[in-house]
Ligand binder design. Structure first.
Ligand SMILES: Nc1ncnc2c1ncn2[C@@H]1O[C@H](COP(=O)(O)OP(=O)(O)O)[C@@H](O)[C@H]1O
Ligand SMILES: [Mg+2]
Length: 346
């Protein structure tokens, strides 16, 4: 299992790359999902387009892409949470074969969230009510899903969970403002996963933290995975190289679409989509032998998602663009054993 050493996060496990239940119903499936925001001015912003993937139990899928590419919108879709102005356009999301579409938000909150799919959000501060102690926030979470009001029993469960993950019990009696940012994020993770969800979606869980705290938070997430608190995870980040240490497979997202989906080694060390190549080239690398390499910025900006886009969404920024790319809509196809949304990739 992945462990974090003093200065190095070790690579992924073989279990992640060879999920256990190959021929059964996937634990999680997204089929041709399209999502849009309907603004006050009647404008439709097509934030997620044609996203499809499925996950087997035990897998960790990383999703990487620049800010604004639709990662958080996809997260809401993956939880069946369509709070206006977000609306599903078409497609399906299934947890163990059960669709999350066309359901009432309250019913989804009660029956799905926290229990089947739980989200670890980006900014712990925003998701913690500053006027309530950590133990009360955690108790609220349990009470909203179970018919128990027995505070003593709830607190003892909380203490046990904190003990398992090596967090000091005294944090339970603190207000969010009294603990460090890292502790707040770890508390949010502990609370989000209290109901032992089947699957966890972590939406940039470490992006607001310094590097050392990032490592301790990732370590905690993998401890929960190791201890079987949950078994399957989507880990979202804007830092593609970070996924090398956490994911078995990676999807790269650009302007609302997946543009490449393959194993971690394929996507990071042998990318085939021009955007994945550009993204890797734009990152600072701490790899041995790579110190001389200067990161190359990706010129230009992503397309306006409120306007119809005819051809490839990356065409305006692509270093190997061809005239047809601006006309032909790109679909996922198999290139070198992974999916790539580029007709010229080889
Ligand atoms: N409430 C909203 N109303 C309209 N557009 C939105 C809303 N939230 C996000 N968007 C747009 O949807 C796109 C994707 O945003 P988001 O999913 O937050 O991206 P990411 O998480 O990758 O940074 C962006 O163009 C963003 O401006
Ligand atoms: Mg986001």
């Amino acid at each position: 299992m992945p462990t974090i050493e003093s200065n190095n996060i070790q690579s992924t496990t073989s279990e992640q790359k060879s999920p256990q239940t190959k021929n059964s119903v996937p634990i999680f499936e997204v089929k041709n999902l399209h999502l849009h925001y309907l603004t006050r001015f009647g404008e439709k912003i097509h934030a997620v387009s044609d996203v499809s993937f499925s996950m087997d139990q035990g897998e960790v899928l990383g999703i990487a892409g620049e800010s604004g590419c639709g990662k958080s919108t996809l997260v809401n879709g993956c939880m069946g949470l369509f709070i206006p102005p977000l609306k599903p356009t078409s497609g399906d999301v299934l947890v163990s074969g059960e669709s999350l579409m066309n359901r009432e938000p309250d019913e989804v909150r009660r029956n799905v969230l926290g229990r089947k799919v739980a989200m670890i959000p980006q900014g712990a501060f925003n998701s913690l009510n500053p006027t309530r102690k950590i133990k009360d926030l955690a108790a609220d979470m349990i009470e909203s899903h179970e018919n128990t009001k027995d505070k003593k029993e709830i607190y003892s469960r909380l203490r046990e969970r904190f003990r398992i993950i090596g967090m000091d019990e005294s944090i339970l009696n603190s207000y969010p403002i009294q603990i460090t940012a890292g502790m707040r994020q770890r508390s949010v993770i502990a609370i989000s996963t209290l109901l032992n969800p089947k699957m966890v979606i972590a939406d940039e869980p470490t992006s607001a933290l310094d590097v050392t705290t990032q490592k301790s938070v990732i370590k905690m997430i993998f401890e929960l995975l190791d201890k079987g608190v949950f078994s399957t995870m989507i880990f979202i980040t804007h830092e593609l190289p970070l996924l090398r240490h956490v994911a078995g497979r990676i999807a790269v997202m650009y302007a609302g679409e997946f543009v490449e989906l393959g194993t971690t080694d394929q996507v990071i060390f042998d990318p085939r989509h021009p955007y994945t190549k550009a993204l890797m080239g734009s990152m600072l690398s701490a790899e041995p032998g790579q110190r001389q390499r200067k990161p190359i910025a990706i010129e230009g900006a992503p397309p306006n998602l409120a306007k119809p886009i005819e051809g490839c969404r990356f065409a305006d920024r692509c270093p190997v663009v061809k005239p047809e790319c601006k006309k032909n809509k790109q679909v996922m196809r198999i290139v070198a054993d992974r999916q790539v949304r580029c007709q010229y990739a080889s």
